[in-house]
Design a protein around this ligand. Structure first.
Ligand code: HEC
Length: 214
C-alpha cells in the first residue's frame, strides 16, 4: 500500500515538472510577448549570422554588407553580349547554333584539340571518329557512337558539336564539367579536321606530295 502511494506521488511530481516546463517554454503563456519563447532543445536552430542590411562591429563602416570584389560576376550574368553567347553556348544572340568556331583555328588549337580528343572522345568515337573506339570494341552491349563521316554530320554547324560536347545528346553524356570551354572549341576544330581528312580528295594534297599517296 505504501509503495503504491509513493509511486503516485512521484507521477504527480513528474506531471508538475512537465507543466512548469511547458509554461516556461511559452506554450501556455497565452499573452503576446516581445521576447522569443524559451527554446528547450535549440540544437542548431539559431546560429550567429549576418542578415541582409544588418550591422557589424567587425568592419570599419559598421555594415555587414560588403561590396563584391572587383570583377565579380553574378550567377547567370556571364553572358552579356552575343559574342559571349557564341563562345560560351555555341549559339548566337537569337539562340541559333553558330556556324563556325569563335576561336581562331591555328596549328596550336588543332594540336590541343587532337590531344583532348584523344583523352575525352577517342575511347568511344575512335581515333579517326568512325565510332569504333576501344570501349565499343570491348563492350559489345554498348550503343555504337555516331560516325562523324557522313553528309549529315559534315553539314552540322560547329555550334552543334560544341553543344553535344557540353550537354551530351541522346545516349551520350555531356562533358562540360570535365572539359573547359576553350578546350571544347579546340576539340570541335579537331573533329572538323578529322572530317576533312577522312573525306579528302587527291586535289586536297599539295601537288608535290601526291606521288606518295597509295
Ligand atoms: C562514353 C562514350 C562517348 C564518349 C566519351 C563521347 N561520345 Fe560522343 N557519342 C557517344 C554515343 C553513344 C553517341 C550516339 C548517341 C545516340 O545516338 O544515342 C555519340 C554521339 C556523338 C555525336 C553525334 C551528334 C549527332 O548530331 O548525332 C557527336 C558530334 C559526338 N558524339 C561528339 C563527341 C565528342 C566531340 C566527344 C569528346 C568530347 C564525345 N562525343 C565523347 C558516345 C560517346
Amino acid at each position: 500500500m505504501k509503495r503504491q502511494s509513493s509511486a503516485i506521488a512521484s507521477r504527480v511530481m513528474i506531471l508538475g515538472a512537465l507543466m512548469m516546463a511547458l509554461a516556461l517554454s511559452g506554450c501556455m503563456r497565452g499573452v503576446p510577448s516581445d521576447k522569443p519563447p524559451i527554446h528547450v532543445n535549440p540544437n542548431m536552430d539559431s546560429q550567429p549570422k549576418y542578415k541582409t542590411q544588418g550591422s557589424s562591429a567587425f568592419f570599419a563602416d559598421g555594415s555587414a554588407m560588403r561590396t563584391p570584389v572587383a570583377g565579380t560576376i553574378a550567377r547567370g550574368s556571364l553572358i552579356a553580349t552575343p559574342a559571349d553567347s557564341a563562345y560560351l553556348l555555341g549559339k548566337n544572340g537569337a539562340g541559333e547554333l553558330i556556324k563556325s568556331n569563335p576561336r581562331k583555328v591555328t596549328m596550336d588549337l588543332l594540336s590541343r584539340g587532337q590531344e583532348r580528343y584523344g583523352i575525352f572522345c577517342a575511347p568511344c568515337h575512335g581515333a579517326v571518329g568512325d565510332g569504333k573506339g576501344i570501349v565499343v570494341l570491348r563492350d559489345k552491349g554498348m550503343l555504337p557512337p555516331t560516325n562523324y563521316h557522313d553528309d549529315r554530320m559534315r553539314a552540322l554547324p560547329d555550334g552543334h558539336y560544341f553543344n553535344v560536347i557540353s550537354n551530351g545528346i541522346r545516349n551520350m553524356p555531356g562533358y562540360r564539367h570535365q572539359i573547359p570551354v576553350a578546350d571544347r572549341w579546340a576539340i570541335v576544330s579537331y573533329v572538323r579536321a578529322l572530317q576533312r581528312s577522312q573525306n579528302a580528295k587527291l586535289q586536297d594534297i599539295p601537288e608535290n606530295l601526291r606521288g606518295g599517296v597509295k
